[in-house]
Design a protein around this ligand. Structure first.
Ligand SMILES: [Zn+2]
Ligand SMILES: [Zn+2]
Length: 332
């Protein structure tokens, strides 16, 4: 209770200087520029000179002042939402800041990412947490998972797995699939609670059936080790495939390995490489290394040193520390 009061107080204290009272205009005349994301006053942005209220349509690129694009008819609201979650932090910034000032839960959580990374804003863990607290208080349940993660990993706050579990439980109560997965890991590892494989498997299943692809992978592992369920390699493989279909890069990487090496299933390098490619496209750097190695050694594919180098370079960009050594070995 005291912790909750303190965190709310913290949120209020932190958010006051962070946002104007309104995205469009607060009592002190401040507004958020939709072209550069700055907080400014007057009739034109003092940073980029854009006229107050002008927004760029994400459908056609037209600049507008009215609530719908006069060229393609897209609404300002849809356009801002699309911009805020386009995946490009720089382009998203003005929309994220504007929607966060309107207290949109998803935008507040996106703003937390900026505070975490220090991109566009000074790095500030307290502010990141505060953004998610406000989002959670406004009823945006996925924010509860982010707060739980912060406590679980000790990123924005001192690590506290009990509090983490509390938040995951609250999020699970509201039906957030990822929260069931986190609870499953607590039961599987015996963190905070007594280890209970059957309960963990049940939680993974709930999460998986609700659409969390990585949870199929966790459930598959339970079947392949016989933890909390009867050991059943065929079901395990079927669930790994489901995870991969659902877009889990970890499952794709794992299946790539399984088919390349012929562990558990008859070796099928062509299929293995397909999975590695899918995992790499989803950003899995281990698969990028594996593809580099396959092209370097001609494993399941015709050897091609240029292609090998291309994959090692991608792995290096993705932060893989052993990629440079692999590149050096390729070009001695
Ligand atoms: Zn501006
Ligand atoms: Zn338009």
């Amino acid at each position: 209770m005291i912790r909750k009061l303190l965190s709310c107080l913290l949120a209020v204290l932190l958010l006051c200087p962070l946002f104007p009272a309104s995205a469009d205009e607060s009592s002190d005349g401040l507004w958020i520029c939709l072209c550069c994301g700055s907080e400014t006053s007057g009739t034109v942005c003092s940073f980029c000179r854009a006229v107050k209220g002008v927004w760029t349509c994400q459908g056609c690129g037209n600049r507008n002042l009215s609530d719908t694009c006069r060229t393609c008819g897209k609404s300002k609201e849809d356009s801002l939402q699309e911009q805020a979650f386009c995946g490009d932090l720089l382009r998203a910034w003005p929309a994220v800041r504007y929607l966060a000032a309107l207290r949109h839960g998803d935008a507040l959580c996106a703003l937390a990412e900026y505070y975490e990374s220090g991109f566009m804003l000074e790095k500030n863990s307290d502010a990141a947490l505060a953004c998610c607290m406000v989002a959670a208080d406004s009823g945006y349940a996925p924010a509860l998972v982010l707060i739980g993660k912060a406590y679980d990993r000790g990123t924005w706050v001192v690590q506290d797995e009990f509090t983490a579990m509390d938040y995951f439980r609250k999020a699970a109560d509201q039906g957030i699939p990822e929260a069931y997965w986190y609870l499953g890991t607590f039961y599987e590892e015996g963190v905070v609670v007594t280890r209970d494989y059957a309960k963990a498997a049940e939680l993974y299943r709930t999460a998986a059936e609700a659409g969390d692809a990585d949870s199929w992978m966790s459930l598959a592992a339970m079947y392949s080790f016989g933890r909390g369920v009867d050991r059943d390699p065929d079901t395990a493989m079927a669930f790994y495939e489901k995870a991969a279909e659902g877009g889990s890069h970890l499952a794709c990487d794992y299946l790539g390995y399984v088919y390349m090496t012929g562990e558990l299933v008859p070796a099928d390098p062509e299929k293995g490489l397909q999975y590695y490619r899918k995992a790499a496209e989803l950003g899995n750097s281990r698969s990028m290394m594996a593809l580099g190695y396959a092209y370097q050694t001609g494993q399941g594919v015709e050897a091609d040193l240029t292609e090998a180098a291309r994959w090692y370079e991608q792995a290096a960009v993705a932060g893989r520390e052993d990629a440079q050594a692999a590149l050096d070995a390729l070009n001695p």
